[in-house]
Design a protein around this ligand. Structure first.
Ligand code: T1G
Length: 693
C-alpha cells in the first residue's frame, strides 16, 4: 500500500483510510491505494464490506489540481470508480469535512454513504472551469433529480449533511464518532445481507427536460462568457441520450477538454493566486501579528457603516465613533435597517443580528478608541480633515494600536506623519458596500512596521475578506487601473464611439456592466466630484471630455434622476437616451472635433490595454508586489471576468509582444501622455516572457 492509504481489516469489515494532507486530494498514490484496497477487500474471503474514509480535517476535496496539465499516472480516478462499480462486496463511504468534486464522485460511486452531521458536499469544478469527470453529472441526477444536479454542478455551491440526506445523496448520518458509526453501519448492512448497489444502475429521473433550457438561459446571463456551466448541462443531458457507460466516457472526455482549455487555466491560476497573495514574500516568516480583540471605526458615512458591519459580522467587538450623537444615531439606524432587511429575507437570523448589534459600542469621542488595538478611519475624503483625525488618533490611542485609513486615493504617508506614530499607520481600503465586497486593499506605507502588515493581512481574512497588499500611490491598485479605463472611455466617446457600444463591448468581454451604465448607477454627481478632486493633475484633454459635468449641470445624475447616459423607467430599466447623442454631437462641434465610427476591437483594446499598461507600471514601481495581487484585486474589486484570469494573466495569454505593438500604435495615434508603454512591459516583451514568468 502507498503511504497515503492505509488498509486494515476489523472482523468482517475492511477499512481504507486516506491520509493525504492538506485536503486528501485523489493524487496518484491515493488512486493506487484505493485500487489496491478494493482488490484486497475483494480477494479476502473474511471481508464482507469495505469502508472508505479519510484521516485529517476532511474527506477527499477533489482531484489533485497540481496534477492537471501533467501526464496521467495510472490508474485514473474513473478507473478506480469503475472497480467500485464492479465490486461484489458493498463499499461504504464515511465522509466528513468538505466532500468536493472528485471526492463527492468517489462517495457517490460507493454503494452506501454515511456522513458526519457537519459535512459539506459540492461540485466546485465549475469554479475552476471544469466539467466533473468521474460520474458526477451521471450519478447525481439518478439519486437526487435533475434540478438539484443542475444547481450543484453549475453553480458550484455546497450543501450540508441534512440537505444531502433529504435529497437522497447520502443514506445515513453518523451519530457520534464517524469511524465507529461507519463500522457499525457496515456491520448492519452485512447482517441484513445487503449487497453492492450502483447509482449507475438506477434510471435517469423523469424530471422536466425544460429545466435544461431554463438553466441555459439563467447561466448564459449569470455566468456570461463562461463555457464550463453550459458544458456541464450538456454532460448531464448525456444521461438521457445514451447508456450510463457511454455517458461516463463522454463526460470524461469533456472533463479533459475543459481542463486543457484557456478558461480553466485562468481559473486555476486565480485559485492558486488567491492563496499566494496571503503570503507576503518580503516579510520574515516569523513576523509576529499583534493581538486584536477590539476594533475601532471612526467616521460613520456609507463606508464606515459597512466596515462596522463587516467587523461585527465576524464576531469582533467594535467601537463606532461618529462626529456627533446625531451622526452616530443615524449610522446605527442605517445598520439596523440593513440587517433587519436580511432577517426579513431569511438570510440572517434575528438571533445572529442581535449578537452583531451587541458587539457594537458607539461614541462621539475619539478618546474612547483607547480601548482598541486597531482603528479604521473612514472620515470624509479630504486630506486636511484626515490629517487632523490622525493627529487626534495618535494621541488618543495607545502606542502599538494600528491606525488604518480607508482612503481611496489620499497619501497615507502624509497621514502617517500627522499621527506622530508612522510605524503604526497603514491603509485598509474597503470596497463599497464594505460588508459585502470581499476585496480589501491593505496598504503598506513608507514606515509601516512589518508586524502591522502581518496583522492587517490576518485580520482581513478573519473578517472574511480577501486582502491584497499594495504600496502607496494615487488610487492603489484597483482605482488607479480603473481611472485609466475611465479616461479612455471618455476619449473614445469624444472621438465618436457610442457609449452604449462601449458598454456592450465590456459586457460581452464578461464585465458585469460597462463604464457608462456603472456611472449612471453610482451617480454622475459622485463621478463629477471625483473628477473635480483630481482636476489639478488632469490634462487639458481629460478636462475637455467633461460629459459628466455637462449632464450634472442639466440635472441628469443617472439612475436616481431617471436620466444619465441612458434613460430609466420607474423600474430602473435602461433605454437609449437621445440627449446623449445630442450632447456628444454638440460637444464635437463646440471643440471642432471630427467624430468617426470606432469598431469593437479598438474599443476593447484601448479600454483593456490601458489597464494592462497601468498594471505593468504598478509592478515596475513595486506598488503591486506580483501580478497575482493585481489579478486578484481586479477580479474581486472591479468584476474583471475571472475566466480570463485578470488583466495580467490575460495579457500573458495574448503575448506581451502583441500587446506592446498595439500600445505603440495607440501611442502614435493618441500621444505619449496617454500611451507610453510601461518600461516593464517593454522589457518583458523583448525578453519574450510574460508578467507571470
Ligand atoms: N488539489 C490540490 N491542492 C489543493 C486542492 C486540490 N483539489 N484543494 C486545496 N488544495 C491545497 C491549496 O492549494 C492549499 O495549499 C491547501 O490545499 C489548503 O487549501 C475528477 C476534475 C478543500 C474547501 O476544486 O475548495 O475534482 O496554498 O487554503 O480554506 O471531477 O481548498 O497551503 O499550498 O483552500 O481549508 C475539485 C478546491 C477539483 C476543491 C479547503 N475540487 N479546494 O479550504 O484551505 S477538480 C476543488 C477548496 C475535480 C473531478 C474533478 C478548498 C477546501 P497551500 P485552502 P481551506
Amino acid at each position: 500500500m502507498p503511504d497515503t492509504v492505509q488498509f486494515h481489516v476489523r472482523g468482517a469489515i475492511a477499512e481504507a483510510v486516506i491520509d493525504n494532507p492538506p485536503v486528501n486530494a485523489t493524487s496518484a498514490s491515493v488512486r493506487q491505494g484505493l485500487a489496491e484496497a478494493i482488490r484486497r477487500s475483494e480477494a479476502d474471503p473474511a471481508v464482507r464490506a469495505l469502508v472508505i474514509r479519510c484521516a485529517g480535517k476532511t474527506f477527499i476535496a477533489g482531484a489533485d489540481i497540481k496534477e492537471f496539465g501533467k501526464p496521467l499516472v495510472e490508474p485514473g480516478l474513473p478507473d478506480v470508480i469503475a472497480m467500485m462499480d464492479r465490486a461484489t462486496k458493498p463499499i461504504i463511504a464515511a465522509v466528513h469535512g468538505t466532500v468536493l468534486g472528485g471526492g463527492f464522485e468517489v462517495a457517490l460511486a460507493c454503494h452506501y454513504r454515511i456522513a458526519s452531521p457537519e459535512a459539506k458536499f459540492g461540485f466546485p469544478e465549475v469554479k475552476l472551469g471544469i466539467v466533473p469527470g468521474a460520474g458526477g453529472t451521471q450519478r447525481t441526477p439518478r439519486l437526487a433529480g435533475l434540478a438539484t444536479t443542475i444547481r450543484l454542478t453549475t453553480e458550484g455551491g455546497q450543501i450540508g449533511t441534512a440537505s444531502a440526506f433529504a435529497e437522497g445523496l447520502i443514506d445515513a448520518i453518523a451519530d457520534g464518532e464517524l469511524a465507529a458509526a461507519a463500522l457499525a453501519y457496515a456491520e448492519g448492512l452485512v447482517a441484513e445481507g445487503k449487497g453492492p448497489r450502483s447509482a449507475g444502475s438506477l434510471p435517469m429521473p423523469a424530471d422536466d427536460p425544460a429545466l435544461f433550457e431554463e438553466a441555459r438561459r439563467t447561466l448564459s446571463r449569470k455566468m456570461r462568457g463562461q463555457s464550463a456551466p453550459l458544458k456541464i448541462l450538456e454532460a448531464i443531458r448525456l444521461g438521457y441520450e445514451m447508456d450510463f457507460g457511454a455517458a461516463l466516457v463522454r463526460e470524461l472526455e469533456m472533463c479533459r477538454e475543459s481542463i486543457a482549455g484557456p478558461q480553466s487555466k485562468a481559473l486555476r491560476y486565480l485559485f492558486a493566486a488567491e492563496r499566494e497573495v496571503a503570503r507576503i514574500t518580503d516579510l520574515p516568516a516569523d513576523t509576529a501579528t499583534r493581538p486584536i480583540d477590539r476594533v475601532g471605526v471612526i467616521g460613520l458615512g456609507v463606508m464606515g457603516r459597512g466596515i462596522v458591519m463587516a467587523v461585527a459580522s465576524a464576531g469582533l467587538p467594535v467601537i463606532a465613533v461618529g462626529l456627533d450623537q446625531a451622526h452616530v444615531e443615524a449610522a446605527m439606524k442605517a445598520i439596523t435597517r440593513m440587517w433587519a432587511s436580511s432577517v426579513a429575507k431569511g438570510s440572517l437570523t434575528q438571533e445572529a443580528m442581535d449578537k452583531r448589534l451587541a458587539l457594537i459600542t458607539t461614541s462621539d469621542d475619539p478618546r474612547d478608541l483607547a480601548a482598541t488595538q486597531l482603528v479604521i478611519e473612514a472620515v470624509t475624503e479630504d486630506l486636511a480633515v484626515k490629517k487632523a483625525v490622525f493627529a487626534t488618533l495618535g494621541q488618543a490611542t495607545q502606542p502599538g494600536t494600528i491606525l488604518a485609513s480607508n482612503t481611496s486615493f489620499l497619501n497615507i504617508d502624509a497621514l502617517a506623519e500627522a499621527s506622530g506614530r508612522a510605524e503604526d499607520v497603514c491603509g485598509m481600503h474597503f470596497f463599497n458596500p464594505a460588508h459585502v465586497m470581499r476585496l480589501l486593499e491593505n496598504v503598506r506605507a513608507a514606515k509601516t512596521d512589518p508586524e502591522v502588515v502581518a496583522t492587517i493581512m490576518a485580520l482581513g481574512r478573519r473578517i472574511g475578506k480577501l486582502p491584497v497588499l499594495s504600496g502607496v500611490c494615487d488610487g492603489f491598485i484597483v482605482n488607479r487601473m480603473l481611472s485609466k479605463r475611465s479616461r479612455e472611455a471618455f476619449f473614445l466617446v469624444e472621438e465618436g464611439a457610442d457609449p452604449a457600444l462601449i458598454d456592450k463591448v465590456l459586457l460581452s468581454f464578461g464585465f458585469p456592466m460597462g463604464p457608462f451604465a456603472l456611472g449612471d448607477l453610482a451617480g454622475l454627481d459622485v463621478q463629477a466630484a471625483a473628477r473635480k478632486a483630481r482636476a489639478a493633475s488632469a490634462t487639458e484633454r481629460e478636462l475637455r471630455a467633461d460629459f459628466v459635468e455637462q449632464m450634472v449641470a442639466q440635472g441628469r445624475l443617472g439612475q436616481k434622476t431617471g436620466s444619465g447616459w441612458y434613460l430609466y423607467d420607474e423600474n430602473r430599466k435602461a433605454s437609449p437616451n437621445p440627449q446623449t447623442g445630442a450632447m456628444i454631437a454638440a460637444h464635437a462641434e463646440r471643440h471642432g472635433l471630427t467624430l468617426r465610427g470606432i469598431g469593437e476591437e479598438e474599443i476593447r483594446e484601448r479600454l483593456l490595454y490601458a489597464m494592462v499598461n497601468e498594471g505593468a507600471k504598478l509592478l515596475g514601481e513595486g506598488i503591486a508586489p506580483r501580478p497575482q495581487e493585481i489579478d486578484i484585486a481586479m477580479v474581486n474589486g472591479l468584476g474583471w471576468p475571472s475566466h480570463t484570469g485578470g488583466p495580467m494573466h490575460w495579457a500573458d495569454q495574448i503575448g506581451l509582444e502583441k500587446v506592446l505593438a498595439k500600445i505603440e500604435r495607440f501611442r502614435a495615434e493618441q500621444g505619449d501622455a496617454y500611451w507610453t508603454p510601461a518600461p516593464l512591459l517593454a522589457r518583458y516583451a523583448t525578453e519574450d516572457r510574460g508578467f507571470a514568468a
